[in-house]
Unconditional design. Structure first.
Length: 129
């Protein structure tokens, strides 16, 4: 028994615990309904100003969404997160990708306009220095 490493002992303990309490292994829910819930959580976090949480939910959607279920919306959300973090080049690239996928996407168009306003302001600041 002394030859078993601590990690193996912890693993055996956790397996026994799972068996005792009938704990099922974690399974990723890749259903469209779950992706929609995660995407709505992104929107709520953005509304609440919780950028790290928004990014975490968005990462979950990106990794687990089903095909092009959300598509351009992912890029709009990523653009908004980048914009609020001050990553203007990242925001611009994300909004442009959303427009590539959906040329008539109004939220992406508005995002590009916000980016242009920031870039215009930055250019004015550089010229006045």
């Amino acid at each position: 028994m002394k030859s078993l490493s601590f990690g193996i002992l912890i693993g055996l303990f956790l397996m026994a615990l799972c068996n005792k309490f009938a704990i099922q292994p974690y399974r990723v829910d890749k259903s469209p309904a779950n992706s929609h819930r995660e995407f709505m959580a992104v929107a709520q976090c953005l509304q609440d100003g919780q950028l790290v949480e928004a990014q975490n939910h968005l990462n979950h959607v990106i990794v687990n969404h089903n095909g092009d279920l959300i598509g351009w919306g992912i890029w709009v959300a990523q653009g908004e997160i980048y914009y609020r973090q001050g990553n203007i080049p990242g925001a611009k690239a994300a909004f442009k990708e959303a427009l590539r996928l959906n040329p008539g996407c109004e939220p992406a168009q508005k995002g590009i306009e916000k980016v242009r306003q920031v870039q215009k302001y930055e250019m004015i600041q550089i010229k006045t220095k």
